[in-house]
Design a binder for this molecule. Structure first.
Ligand SMILES: [Zn+2]
Length: 227
């Protein structure tokens, strides 16, 4: 609709401007600055847009005792003690993290992942009994990410420490992920460990964090020796 044909009287309905974008007819404040700030903070979270954030805020305000208060306490506790694990690179409220200190985990198995999100995704599957190592990214010529930018030295130090029988390379099935796996294979070859990687049941271009647990579980089960 051309702007010249737009009625000069506010209709209260959403209108299209000349570019076809939705125009907001009124600029009344919907809530106090505090509530607006809370909504905007929530809207910045992944998976939440402004509408979901507003819905969440309304829920928090209406169910103060059961949602707002526990959320505040939990946020406060996490924010106080937030730490990056000096051993594996996981994010937790203790260093070493819960994964590294859990005696039920098999310390002889080590799964190498790109990001903390991948560690959490694999751990959700509950199919890997060992420990993890987070690289903090993947090699990328395009983005200028070099081996020294990743936690590779820390990984090699863990292997030098001994006691590890198997290293599972769980990189994303992307070009960068596979380049990283190839590079790691060359660096790890000199250690007396069984080197495996996730089977390519992973979709090409797929990222671990976005996969359903069934696909992830199958890829982990079908891991195979490298080379
Ligand atoms: Zn850890």
């Amino acid at each position: 609709m051309a702007s010249a044909t737009r009625s000069s009287l506010p209709t209260g309905r959403m209108q299209r401007d000349g570019d076809g974008r939705t125009a907001i007819p009124y600029l009344f404040r919907m809530a106090s600055p505090e509530i607006e700030a809370l909504t905007q903070a929530l809207a910045r979270l992944p998976g939440l847009g402004p509408r979901s954030a507003r819905r969440a805020v309304l829920h928090l305000l209406k169910k103060r005792e059961t949602t707002l208060t526990p959320l505040l306490r939990a946020l406060d506790a996490v924010s106080e003690r937030l730490a990056t694990c000096g051993v594996c690179g996981n994010v937790d409220t203790s260093d070493p993290c819960t994964v590294c200190t859990d005696p039920r985990r098999d310390a002889r198995m080590l799964c190498v992942v790109e990001e903390v999100a991948d560690l959490w995704a694999l751990d959700r599957s509950r199919l890997f009994p060992g420990r993890f190592h987070v690289l903090g990214g993947r090699l990328s010529a395009l983005e200028g990410v070099r081996p020294e930018d990743l936690a590779i030295d820390g990984l090699l130090r863990r292997l030098e420490g001994g006691g590890i029988d198997e290293v599972v390379l769980a990189m994303n099935a992307t070009l960068e992920g596979q380049t990283t796996a190839h590079y790691l294979t060359e660096r790890i070859e000199r250690f007396p460990v069984r080197l495996t990687q996730l089977a390519h049941g992973l979709p090409v271009g797929g990222e671990l964090d976005y996969l359903d647990e069934g696909t992830l579980a199958q890829a982990l089960r079908a891991r195979r020796p490298v080379g």
